[in-house]
Design a protein around this ligand. Structure first.
Ligand code: ADP
Length: 626
């Protein structure tokens, strides 16, 4: 049988494993046991509907066997098994992106205990301790059994073989000891027992091993010199009670954290753990986590929302989407309920009444947790909001604003006066007595908004401004419309609802100037007004009607021919020297006055972050005035 070569990425990974200086070689056992448990999950699920299989939940187990003389350690399961294609695809290849990233991480932090599990390269970790691996396996629905064999980097073979029963047996030929490394320990029963307890205690199927023990020989029991004899006894090494089934008081936060990191391949500890146990109309236990930071694929299609769903300890699905609302899609966790019929199909799951009730309850739980974090642990909440605030804002906008009332009090916006994120409740509490609106301003970042002339008057009045720096911010505010009966008002609006303290310029003269500028600019602007909000800047642009500049920019970016255009109002600061000069030029040099009007308009566009129609014309214009 010709040897097949590993795909090149897999080969590199293998080299890494074989020559590994990884300090926690022992985790190979956890990885193989967890694969075995996954394989049993799959067959156990099939057993629910396939009577011919003749197996029930209690028949499933994982067996360990260690033989010091032959240096063989086996891990055997009676799970789903693999056929030739599975062996080829699962054990001959690894996702190349995964392996590359893994390699980098491993080189950076060789002591990190969880790297291996995180990259789905578990099986290969066995090469850290084994010089040869044999896999004998028979798949559900398949008559032939197969044998996969490899001694590492030089490739693998797959041959047909005989095997009783379904499942997979992994046979490891443990490496010989070296000066630096002791591999014998992986053949010691007590060491193996300890490793199972430590890493795989919550595996829901029994992990059994024949333990050799010693006892006094019956016939020498009463003698002065009792003799001892060895005997073997089969022991279940794990307690099997899943962590979410254990009473909360018996589990440490550290255990919850570890479980989270292993189960959900997370690098960090969770920000919050929510444990709940409900008995009543529906009975269930749930263990939920709020992550500390945004998963790298969170805003991509790859990210799957949902909770793992178990029914009486049997895994029904890895991602039950119905259990979490879209706006809390960052929540990870597990729900275990006895109230589901076990052979429920995916389609039925979606309409299951119990499931919907559980989902509603869990949503409330998550909301309460967030609300209490906001109230009592502001720093943590800010961490949370940094990671998932955008999600909450999307949640407000989604479904025509259906969820906005539920989410509005969890939102935060950056404040011009506090220089940090604040809630709308805090804003409204601090509003000045005469202040009519909740003001907000939109821009690339806080520094850019700080510099906007449109905000000058608001600042001079001491009004707080909320900064919208993300796409979704302005849509959120548009959806909310008001908060505690206070309407929102954009700093870019033509009417800010404020009377200026400035003495109005002579009305007649200013009307003439405004008409002159409007005629000069023509259709470029909808209106030219004497500004009430400018203090030190000569001009600014504001938007009239329903479309704001940010919406114009957004829609033109996603759909360039959308034709979406905000109505531009050019506001002039009638007290500014540049405007005054233009006014006197109207009498003495009308052409120059027109150039002034054009330049001021272009400046207003630039400040609003809108593109100039013709940049080179603008620079020529400026030069002609210099
Ligand atoms: P991961 O488990 O993260 O996918 P592994 O390298 O550990 O990565 O395993 C690769 C794949 O091989 C698994 O996803 C599974 O499909 C298959 N596999 C491994 N061990 C077993 C087993 N004991 N029984 C059935 N399939 C297995």
């Amino acid at each position: 049988m010709a040897k097949k070569q590993f795909k090149s990425e897999s080969k590199r990974l293998l080299d890494l494993m074989i020559n590994s200086i990884y300090t926690h070689k022992e985790i190979f056992l956890r990885e193989l046991i967890s694969n075995a448990s996954d394989a049993i999950d799959k067959l156990c699920f099939i057993a629910l509907t396939d009577d011919k299989l003749g197996m029930t939940r209690s028949d499933f187990k994982i067996e360990l066997h260690a033989d010091k003389d032959s240096r063989i350690l086996t891990i055997e399961d009676n799970g789903i098994g693999m056929d030739r294609d599975d062996l080829e695809n699962n054990l001959g290849t690894i996702a190349s992106s995964g392996s590359y990233k893994f390699k980098q991480e491993m080189e950076e932090k060789p002591d990190d205990i969880d790297i291996i599990g995180q990259f789905g390269v578990g099986f290969y970790s066995a090469f850290m301790v084994a010089k040869k691996i044999t896999v004998i396996t028979k798949k559900y629905g398949c008559d032939t059994a197969y044998c996969w064999e490899s001694s590492g980097a030089d490739g693998y073979t797959i041959t047909e073989t005989e095997k009783d029963g379904l499942g997979t047996k992994i046979i490891l030929e443990i490496k010989d000891n070296t000066d630096e490394e002791n591999y014998d320990e992986f053949l010691e029963q007590y060491r193996l027992q300890g490793l199972v307890k430590r890493y795989s205690d919550y595996i829901r199927y029994p992990i059994v091993m024949d333990m050799t023990k010693s006892r006094v020989k019956e016939e020498t029991k009463d003698s002065e010199h009792p003799e001892y004899e060895d005997y073997t006894e089969r022991e279940t090494l794990n307690s099997m009670v899943p962590i979410w089934q254990r009473p909360k008081k018996d589990v440490t936060q550290d255990e919850y954290d570890k479980f989270y990191q292993e189960k959900f391949f997370a690098m960090e500890k969770p920000l919050r753990t929510i444990v709940t146990s409900v008995e009543g109309v529906v009975t269930y236990k749930a263990l939920l986590y709020i992550p500390t930071s945004t998963p790298y694929d969170y805003y991509t299609k790859e990210y799957k929302k949902g909770l793992q769903l178990y029914s009486s300890g049997v895994l029904i699905t890895d991602n039950c989407e119905e259990l979490v609302p879209e706006h809390f899609r960052f929540v990870k966790g597990i729900v275990d309920t006895a109230d589901l019929s076990l052979n429920i199909s995916r389609e039925m799951l979606q309409h299951d009444r119990h499931l919907l009730t559980i989902a509603k309850n869990l949503e409330k739980k998550v909301k309460n947790e967030l609300t209490s974090m906001l109230k009592n642990k502001r720093e943590d909440y800010e961490t949370f909001f940094k990671a998932f605030g955008r999600q909450l804002k999307y949640g407000c906008v989604a479904d025509y604003g259906m969820h906005k009332d539920e989410l509005v009090d969890l939102l935060m916006f950056y404040s011009s006066t506090e220089k940090k994120p604040v809630t709308l409740a805090e804003y409204v509490d601090r509003m000045k007595e005469e202040q009519k609106f909740i003001y907000f301003a939109t821009g690339e970042n806080a520094a850019a908004i700080d510099a906007l002339p449109q905000t000058e008057l608001l600042r001079s009045k001491g009004y707080e401004i909320l900064y919208c720096t993300e796409d979704v911010d302005e849509f959120t505010i548009q959806t909310l419309m008001s908060y505690k009966e206070k309407n929102f008002c954009s700093a870019m609006n033509d009417d800010l609802g404020i009377d200026s303290d400035e003495a109005p310029a002579d009305e007649k003269e200013s009307t003439a100037l405004l008409t002159f500028v409007k005629e000069t600019l023509g259709d470029k602007v909808a209106e030219v007004t004497a500004s009430k909000k400018l203090v030190s800047h000569p001009v600014c642009l504001t938007a009239k009607g329903g479309i704001s500049f940010e919406m114009e920019k957004y829609f033109n970016a996603v759909q360039p021919d959308s034709g979406m255009k905000a109505q531009r109002v050019l506001e002039l600061n009638m007290n500014h020297s540049a405007v005054k000069t233009m006014e006197s030029l109207v009498q003495t040099d009308i052409d120059k006055a027109k150039k002034y009007a054009e330049v001021l308009y272009c400046q207003a566009l630039l400040i609003a972050g809108l593109p100039l129609e013709n940049p080179s014309e603008y620079t020529d214009l400026v030069c002609s005035l210099m």
